[in-house]
Design a protein around this ligand. Structure first.
Ligand code: 3H9
Length: 692
């Protein structure tokens, strides 16, 4: 075996040279990896006894892409293009052997091999769009030359990780080899290529798959139209489409030049900077400073869920999809049957939609049990309580769980604002108690606020973070305070929405400002979705949503709320709602004035940022990027704007402080900048610079 460099070796298996990359965690295309590939292919090419060359990776995956962390630093050593030219022009057949994920630059490298083999569990894709980018190493030109324009459009604009079996059906993978035997399978395939004298197939030379789309601009126009809603506000999907158009309409080398031009444009955009930030923010959220990475986790295989309502049901579906065994407990037989029915139907739908195999669906259904007796939680590893939001009810439940559950079981509450420490104090084992705040609909929404109580044990916290990932969530740690991180900040926005209406802003205009900023909907549309019955006034309160509720306008579930709806839930302005708003202003003795869209945006976002600063200062959030991860995954903040704290950093904290002070002078001390915000602004720093 020859050591090429710190991450690459070359060895010979008979007449097949094998280049092995080993650059944990994901073999990203860093300078040493590019150097290793370049020198490895050079050496293999020069070795007269090698007749074919296999590229294989060690560790969890094939190359997962360019080194995102290294973007922006000066290039060192051979470029990726140098490596690709070397592979594609190799006079000996090159075979890429894929396991784990061949993503982005990783797939682009594999596309320069003459053949590709993969194990069945492997996935391939060009996910650059999710980083606000386009593939920049020929992916947009080579992919359509194998799968055709339409499939390529789907892949580059969705960033989907395509399973090896589907990739093989599209011709992206030439042969599937036995799981766990990739190296041997790839070598055997290489021998077959040699024995059969198969050609050195260069993807770049294949025109057959792109030719049919040439002269058919409607393919692209229709694709844009069909996805307009999904792509709204983003820059990268359109750039990806244009690059595939170039693959169809231009000769290969010109297409590559166009791809490069488009890549550089998106790379320099604030959108991509924000989306790359979001990628690392989500991963940083897994790191808890005082909890060691190698903390011994508790085994969680079985979960008990108390409550089969909307929330409990959604949580159950997530757990089942994550491979856990679930026991759902309800008080009444009808409620249990209804809840189980909805869970089963939702799980079954995955097979119809093709998002799960029939076997997976059967397994999930078999893993689901229902019961009317909490005593059936006695053997479960984790209980998630999703009952009514009332402290006395919760305490009573936790007292019972304490008596029923086995030692070491984790007891979690899905409360969205109650004090987890108080709940924990109702048990004899507060160290085992934690908050798991799911967002509705819990089977769809990615965010999971993991609420760490004062006494929550470190291994309980680490275990729940792991379970969160296993069930497909983005877990973020929050400390105990009313509303935790997300809802505490959201409340500030809600207060302003109502204040703005009182001062004269039209709810429809407020919603439009939010929509134009990139949120999927504004606060009033949101209330219509949630339902006024859920958010009606608390005793002593007199809010606009309360007035809407009293007028019998519950929102989408009823006759309408702030908007009217047709049978397909299309919204139209509501004359009835206008009357309620006018009456509400009268009752409150409000004086109406013209409110600009700029003021609406400032007054909606600045208090959220200011509250975020307090959350950070109090240690409720570990780091500012955790707050952003929460807003991106639970509150519809557009990912190309990075989250409220990132957004504030882009505005400049000095500007944020100045604006808050202007509003403080007009509207009172609620607008006083948080001390941490003032301090960072005075030091010329951003939230991202804050270290505890
Ligand atoms: C690209 O290729 C552009 C080209 O077209 C153009 C070139 C000119 N770089 O997610 P995990 C780190 S753009 C650097 O927790 P998993 C990650 O930060 C790229 N670091 O693991 C984490 O570090 P830490 C296109 C990376 O098993 C660790 O690896 N490719 C990269 O849940 C583990 O990550 C993509 O967009 C990277 N490319 O999932 C793929 N990738 O432990 C992005 C990961 O210190 N990656 N890290 O926190 C992924 O989707 C997932 O990481 C993957 C593994 C599915 C691979």
């Amino acid at each position: 075996m020859t050591v090429i460099n710190s991450v690459t070796t070359l060895d010979l298996d008979g007449d097949v040279a094998v280049i092995t990359l080993n650059s944990p965690p994901v073999n990203a295309l860093s300078a040493p990896v590019r150097e290793g590939l370049y020198e490895g292919f050079k050496a293999a090419g020069a070795d007269a006894s090698a007749k074919a060359i296999v590229l294989v990776c060690e560790g969890r995956t094939f190359i997962a892409g360019a080194d995102i962390a290294g973007f922006g630093s000066a290039p060192v050593g051979p470029s990726l293009a140098d490596v690709q030219v070397m592979m594609e022009n190799s006079p000996k057949p090159v075979i890429a052997a894929i396991h784990g994920t061949a993503l982005g630059g990783g797939l682009e490298v594999a596309l320069c091999a003459h053949y590709r083999v993969a194990v069945p569990s492997a996935k391939v894709g060009l996910p650059e769009v999710n980083l606000g980018l386009i593939p920049g190493a020929g992916g947009t030109q080579r992919l359509p030359r194998i799968v055709g324009a339409e499939k390529a459009l789907d892949m580059v604009t969705s960033g989907a990780h395509v399973p090896a079996k589907d990739a093989a059906a599209m011709g992206l993978v030439d042969e599937l080899v036995e799981e766990g035997k990739l190296r041997a399978g790839a070598i055997a395939f290489a021998r077959k290529v040699l024995a059969e004298g198969r050609p050195l197939r260069r993807v770049r030379d294949n025109d057959d798959k792109v030719a049919p789309a040439r002269g058919h601009p409607e393919i692209f126009a229709n694709f844009r139209k069909a996805n307009a809603r999904k792509f709204r506000g983003f820059m990268a999907p359109e750039h990806n489409i244009r690059a595939v158009e170039a693959a169809v309409n231009l000769p290969f080398d010109q297409g590559i030049a166009e791809e490069r031009r488009l890549f550089e444009e998106v790379m320099a955009s604030p959108h991509s900077a924000a989306q790359r930030y979001a990628f690392f923010a989500e991963r940083a959220a897994n790191k808890i400073p005082d909890v060691a990475d190698d903390t011994q986790l508790r085994a969680v295989k079985t979960v008990g869920i108390l409550g089969a309502g909307t929330m409990g049901g959604g949580i159950a579906i997530s757990c089942l999809k994550g491979g856990l065994t679930v026991t759902v407990v309800e008080m009444k037989p009808e409620a249990l049957e209804r809840g189980l029915g909805i869970i089963r139907a939702t799980i079954a739908r995955d097979a119809e939609r093709g998002t799960a195999t029939k076997e997976q669906v059967e397994q999930r259904l078999a893993n689901l049990k229902g019961s009317l007796d909490m005593a059936d939680f006695k053997d479960v590893d984790l209980v998630i309580e999703a009952v009514f939001e009332d402290m006395n009810v919760k305490k009573d439940v936790f007292k019972k769980l304490d008596a029923i559950c086995k030692p070491g079981a984790i007891l979690a509450s899905n409360t969205s604002y109650l004090n987890v420490d108080e709940i924990a104090a109702a048990t004899s084992r507060p160290g085992d108690v934690i908050g798991m705040h799911f967002f509705s609909p819990a089977n769809i929404m990615k965010l999971l606020e993991v609420v760490r109580g004062a006494k929550t044990a470190k291994d309980v916290l680490a275990t729940v973070m792991r379970v969160g990932k296993q069930i497909g969530k983005v877990p973020v740690v929050a400390g105990v305070c009313p509303g935790f991180i997300g809802n505490r900040m959201l409340r500030k926005r809600g207060e302003q929405a109502e204040a703005l209406v009182l001062e004269g802003a039209d709810p429809i205009v407020i919603d439009k400002v939010f929509y134009d900023f990139g949120f999927p909907m504004g606060p009033f549309q949101m209330m219509d979705v949630v339902g006024m019955d859920v958010i009606k006034d608390q005793p002593g309160e007199r809010s606009l949503r309360g007035a809407m509720y009293e007028a019998g306008r519950l929102g989408q579930k009823g006759i309408g709320g702030f908007y009217d709806y047709d049978a397909n839930r299309n919204q139209t302005p509501s004359p009835e709602a206008v009357k309620i708003v006018e009456q509400f202003r009268k009752d409150k003795g409000a004086t109406v004035r013209a409110v600009s869209e700029e003021e609406i945006l400032d007054r909606s976002l600045l208090p959220v940022i200011n509250e975020g600063a307090k959350v950070l200062q109090e240690g409720i959030a570990i780091r500012s990027s955790d707050i952003d991860t929460i807003w991106l995954n639970g509150y519809g903040w557009p990912v190309y704007r990075g989250g409220p704290m990132y957004y504030a950093d882009q505005l400049g904290l000095k500007t944020v402080v100045e604006k808050l002070k202007q509003y403080q002078a007009k509207l009172g001390d609620d607008w006083k900048p948080a001390p941490l915000l003032e301090k960072l602004a005075a030091e010329g720093k951003g939230f991202a610079d804050f270290k505890r």
